[in-house]
Design a protein around this ligand. Structure first.
Ligand code: KG4
Ligand code: ZN
Length: 333
């Protein structure tokens, strides 16, 4: 039985998932519903921003009703609402923030605009507390790829991010070259497992530092497919995934050696990849850190991680703001 003030409602609409969840302070997900937009964007091979925001507007109200019903709570009994205020697509963010602001006013509950990246960070503590500080975080999603050092919950240092494409974006673009559907990450990952790398694709910036670059790797795959129209797609995917993982793990190893930590966390949609999970396990063990991964269900964008992040805002007394921003650094509240 939950009592008044035990739950935060998290609302996530930064990209193409309308996701709402009720989460308690311990990170237990009491109710959750995610409506994806795969069918809407499939014809475009990527997210069509205007269609995404309209779809959020349609999905929000029925999704809310379902989540409140599942949780057996009424809006005015919530402790707070947490809603993603950025980074993301501006129309999608506005759909969520405006909806949430209306609810907060009507129910008279506090509302917090949440940095989506901090939501991903907190995804590792959903269902069970895992993360211990200091920690190293590798965030790999459709919109971002970076390594960050977390001294504690408030002190976050960005070590390096991508200069061009994110990892997820390059998975999606490679999938598009082979007509594997949208989103492409899971399809590329699955196909890669059935193939063997026959070529060695470039590992951009692998030799030094913590910055990433994935657009050259993507172009190398495109060139290879053009020059070798008979190449087996599973082998090309295997070589591509091998290059991505090599870059991600090499940079993570470098960071783990430069910044000894208790926890090594990998978050974001690409953290759903079984191949990355396996390699990261080996790396963490070798470097003496504990690997922290979000439960598979919470790797991609979701309202639960936003709700858990909102608990931090509530407990730390962080100033609430509802300003929508397409870009927000991880270090910002
Ligand atoms: O975190 P997320 O849901 O959204 C953003 O905040 O961007 O990440 C979505 C990305 C997409 O690029 C998708 O292709 C990728 O995560 N992804 C995967 C896998 N599942 C999702 N990439 C590789 N392997 C997977 N199994
Ligand atoms: Zn995300």
């Amino acid at each position: 039985m939950t009592s008044k003030g035990d739950l935060i409602l998290g609302i996530e609409t930064s990209c193409d998932d309308t996701s709402l969840a009720l989460v308690n302070e311990a990170g237990q997900v009491i109710a959750e519903k995610t409506v994806n937009q795969f069918e809407i964007h499939a014809d475009y091979g990527g997210v069509f921003p205007e269609l995404a925001s309209r779809a959020h507007v349609h999905a929000l109200q029925p999704t809310l009703r379902e989540v409140l019903e599942q949780g057996g709570v009424k809006g005015p009994d919530l402790r707070a609402i947490g809603v993603t205020r950025g980074p993301g697509l501006i129309g999608s963010l506005l759909a969520g923030v405006n909806f949430a602001a209306g609810l907060a006013a009507g129910w008279n509950v506090p509302i917090y605009g949440i940095n989506h990246l901090r939501g991903h960070l907190r995804s590792v503590d959903l269902e069970e507390k895992r993360l211990e500080y200091p920690a190293l975080v590798l965030l790999v999603s459709g919109g971002h790829s970076f390594l960050a050092y977390l001294k504690d919950q408030q002190t976050i240092e960005l070590l390096g991010s991508t200069r061009d494409d994110s990892v997820g974006e390059s998975y999606d673009k490679v999938a598009r070259m082979m007509d594997l559907g949208f989103p492409g990450g899971p399809a590329v990952d699955k196909l890669a497992k059935t193939g063997t790398p026959q070529v060695r694709f470039p590992r951009p910036l692998i030799k030094e530092g913590f910055e990433f670059s994935f657009s050259g790797l993507k172009s190398a795959v495109a060139r290879h497919l053009e020059q070798n129209p008979d190449a087996k797609h599973e082998d090309v995917c295997a070589a591509f995934v091998e290059a991505c993982i090599d870059v991600l793990m090499t940079k993570s190893r470098r960071a783990l050696q430069a910044y000894p930590v208790k926890s090594f966390a990998i978050v974001g949609g690409v953290a759903a990849s079984p191949q990355i999970r396996e390699q990261a396990g080996k790396l963490a063990e070798a470097e003496g850190a504990t690997l922290c991964l979000p439960p598979l269900k919470w790797a991609a964008d979701n309202g639960a991680m936003i709700a858990l992040a909102a608990w931090d805002y509530v407990n730390n007394g962080w100033e609430p703001t509802l300003e929508t921003q397409t870009r927000i650094p991880i270090s910002q509240i």
